[in-house]
Design a protein around this ligand. Sequence first.
Ligand code: HEC
Length: 292
Amino acid sequence: MKSGALVFLAVFIALSASWAGFVLAPQIQLGRELQTPALGDAGLYPQARPGMAAQGAVVYRAEGCVNCHSQQVSQEGVRSQVILTEVSTNAAALLQVLRANGLPLANLETLTKLPIVVTNVPDASSGEPIAKSINATDSKAHVEVSAFGPDIGRHWGQRRSVAQDYLFDHPAQPGSRRMGPDLSNVGLARPDAKWHLLHLYAPASQVNGSTMPPYRFLFETRKIKGKPSADALKFPDGFGPDKDYEVVPTQRALELAAYLVSLKADAPLFEAPVTPPPALVTVVSTNAPVTQ
Ligand code: HEC
């Protein structure tokens, strides 16, 4: 072959360029990601999953849940707003501040449906002075940073997914098909492992008309001998096993449920800032001991 060297060189360059693009560049960008302090006082993020949940990730992968469920939330953007949450008895002073700032909420009636958005601001720091001057009148306001977009609207998460969210997942399973809902934050929406066990055994027992396939082989159906076992599932009428039988989750089912409960990608981060609503803040703190 006359131009053998040239062909070799062309193939070599093509292959090494794609290796550099698909392997080297992501490694340089993300390979040394570490836990980062979450915004506010939510501690280091992310935390490794507790043992059972880490095992559950293996079951999730083995059962191919990723074929129907994504774990990646997208967002269109972030907005910062000054939110008024409480009006003091001195509403006149509040109205004065609002007027002085040229804000449209300048009559008393609009102040009755709290919380309300006082104004949109370009970023959190430009909203702080407005919130401060409102707070000085004894009414209460704060600046809230929130993400928006279709996924956020479906309550699949507070913010978009970022590389940090997958730090302890090997391999990560962001998925690309959505026959069912995104599961990035299912542990926040459904924190009860029992719910997941019932749902895995008989999805329709928990979600009317569910089309998710049941995963009965993760459970053992056995004849009740003497007393029913303590960890037998309690089904709503019409979904349980035959009389005299009970359904007990296997270790794999328990692990999978623990994994689902552990799915929470909600910490506000520098690259994905949000002001978590008060309810989420409590969830973060009550969870801390689990991840020691
Ligand atoms: C054939 C597609 C399909 C597969 C495979 C599948 N699911 Fe689902 N899943 C769905 C659908 C559809 C729903 C919505 C209806 C419902 O909630 O039952 C759903 C709902 C869920 C929910 C409730 C989510 C919520 O926000 O309410 C969880 C949790 C869940 N699936 C976990 C799993 C796990 C774990 C596996 C693997 C063992 C799995 N799914 C496999 C289709 C699927």
